[in-house]
Design a protein around this ligand. Sequence first.
Ligand code: C2O
Length: 534
Amino acid sequence: CIVRHYKFNVVLKNATRLCSSKPIVTVNGRFPGPTIYAREDDTVLVKVVNHVKYNVSIHWHGIRQLRTGWADGPAYITQCPIQPGQQYMYNFTITGQRGTLWWHAHILWLRVTVHGALVILPKRGVPYPFPTPDKEEVVVLGEWWKSDVEAVINEALKSGLAPNVSDAHTINGYPGPVSTCSSEGGYTLAVNPGKTYLLRIINAALNEELFFKIAGHQFTVVEVDAVYTKPLKTNTILIAPGQTTNVLVTTGRGSGKYMVVASPFMDAPLLVDNVTATATLHYAGTFRKAPTILTSTPPKNATSLATNYVKSLRSLNSNTYPAKVPLKIDHSLFFTVGLGTNPCATCVNGTRVVADINNVTFVMPKVSLLQAHFFNISGVFTDDFPANPLIPYNYTGTQPTNFRTRRGTKLYRLAYNSTVQVVLQDTGMIAAENHPLHLHGFNFFEVGRGLGNFNPKKDPKNFNLIDPVERNTAGVPSGGWTAIRFRADNPGVWFMHCHLEVHTTWGLKMAFVVDNGKGPNESILPPPSDLPKC
Ligand code: C2O
């Protein structure tokens, strides 16, 4: 294994989309940002230099960060942000992971344009557990906003109302070739006939789960969130913000141009975004002006398509890549996830929309939680996060009229190496919605999923404890629940939050503190000397 060096200059760059230009925050002037390549067991060093007026931090989404929480990146959780003019060297080793992950800014809403792929190849000489592709491509799905995104969310926080949605989705940075501004191309995936391509698909969008498909071509899903799956054939994949999916695509014998689409999935009534991004799969030798073979997009409320796809995913669970599902559970947690309100005298309706887990709206601290934990700084957080809702109610039925949440910086303490089950129950507070929940520092197994209220007597009988899909971000279905299991084998402070940016901002987040009982200094490495100060 080797050490890979990268330099990320966070800089403004002018970009033109949807017929207008604006400066965007980028890494090295690129949108999407540069791809990091490494192999399993390599050490990655990324020097991030902040040249913009915002505070910055970068998260390596899905990297386990075993004992190196200082490199995880979420601002005020594992580090203070990198201030304008400052720099920080992220230093982590990729232990026992290979596949597609990604990196993104983890402060404000900067990740809208500050993100890129993180491709981890298997160790040298170790093949993929599927036919070797002829070529690999990174496909990053995202959003484009005509307005200044930070201004949009600040305005929403002031008014207490929901922010706007993006103006377009993007595929590798472009909404699509069908644009009135002729100078703006869309992304083109150039292919040869009779070949197999590995597409490494990443959903970097702020607030939308997306369907993704290619006219006339079938996918074989072979990996999600950098964990191999049993091969799954499908025409359409569903991918939530935070998730990654590797698919094989085999091209046909002929030629032609085929439409590639990313379109939103949302069965929640509040959301109105409906904009499809397109790209082109272009066979070698096809005229540039040839007509594109089109495909329909799934309706945005195609719930059964979404559900069937997610239910069909299985981890590979081979001898080489076993699924080590915890069977005995030490911590059994039940978390409601949803929306609520808080009083707000200056807001438009006298209240503001907030979000919560177990009725706690998470308040960001002023110094990082990991520092507070490591250096025993009191008064930053409490470790009394509730293991269950304080007052149970009919989560998906008639809602209590008082949507008010409690506020606090509460963590849940896990014993090192203990096993954890979390049932994540969506609520209908204000409105039922999908919540892609992301856990830092761990992969988890998604052992069960269902609609309505979780039934603790019946539902566990149907859990898949053999080959459930293993991932770092799982969609809690709107008006339903998801059960996850993991082993707390990584000491530190680990954030868990909805990967819909608006929900994170509203407080749908919490953190676990994992301690080996011998004191924090014996469990995580000391902080690097250049760790940013608050
Ligand atoms: Cu991809 Cu906490 O984030």
